[in-house]
Design a protein around this ligand. Structure first.
Ligand SMILES: [Zn+2]
Length: 243
């Protein structure tokens, strides 16, 4: 397929009614309809090769409110991104805790009702970050791995597991291949246990059904009732876990 032609348009110039000016990338390709995509503060309009400039502008104008709403949501989310720094905030097990750096010989992480205390020797932001990473990886090995195997055993599919990997991925919580390799993102250890259990269940059930069919979701539901609320919770909060 030919590479889409990219043109940039600016919206919200002088006299415009926009709260926030934005620029918009127009990508023409062999498609039939116009559509708008937003990610990383970029607005992209995908449109057919033949769509006129006017058509594109009208389409963007008609969707202006939606675009603005999405851009605003994105910037709010960006403010909530996790930064491991002194005095920062961490959303841990659905509570917002203050990050505290504590000097001490022994490296450890202590969690109090309102503080997430990182203790270490000559602690700085870079060291603290590594400590939090190690902490979450340890927690994932302790909790997530045995539970995933236990559930697989319960479902009679343990023999299908070739390997369970723990990795930090860019946007996914888990993955399961038909070759029996399951992958979990250890950042999930920042979430409440009910959410972690849902993620464990989601991937292990793929060893039974390699799809998202009705049968698959019925199995997930039987282990993790009302899992739709966990899916929603993640959609709403997951952006706060990546660092
Ligand atoms: Zn899935």
């Amino acid at each position: 397929m030919a590479k889409p032609k990219i043109v940039s348009l600016n919206f919200g110039n002088a006299g415009g009614s926009l709260a926030q000016p934005f620029s918009c990338e127009v990508q023409r390709s062999k498609r039939k309809t116009l559509a708008i995509y937003i990610s990383h503060r970029k607005v992209v309009v995908r449109c057919p090769l033949r769509a006129s400039g006017l058509e594109v502008r009208q389409f963007v104008n008609a969707n202006q409110q939606w675009i603005e709403k999405r851009l605003l949501e994105e910037s709010l989310r960006e403010k909530e991104l996790l930064r491991i720094e002194k005095g920062g905030k961490i959303f841990y097990r659905a509570r917002e805790l203050e990050i505290v750096f504590k000097q001490g010989r022994k490296q450890r992480i202590l969690i109090s009702p309102d503080q997430f205390i990182i203790q270490g020797h000559k602690l700085n932001a870079a060291k603290a970050r590594i400590q939090v990473e190690d902490y979450l990886i340890d927690k994932a090995s302790e909790y997530l791995l045995p539970r995933a195997r236990g559930l697989a055993r319960h479902l009679g599919v343990h023999h299908k597991i070739k390997e369970i990997k723990l990795r930090k991925t860019k946007s996914k919580w888990g993955h399961c291949t038909s070759a029996g390799i399951i992958q979990y993102n250890w950042l999930i250890m920042l979430a409440p246990y009910s959410i972690i259990d849902y993620i464990i269940t989601h991937e292990v059930c793929h060893l039974v059904h390699m799809d998202h069919s009705r049968r698959y979701w019925a199995l997930v539901e039987s282990i993790c009732p009302r899992c739709d609320q966990y899916v929603d919770w993640l959609k709403q909060h997951e952006h706060r876990f990546w660092f």
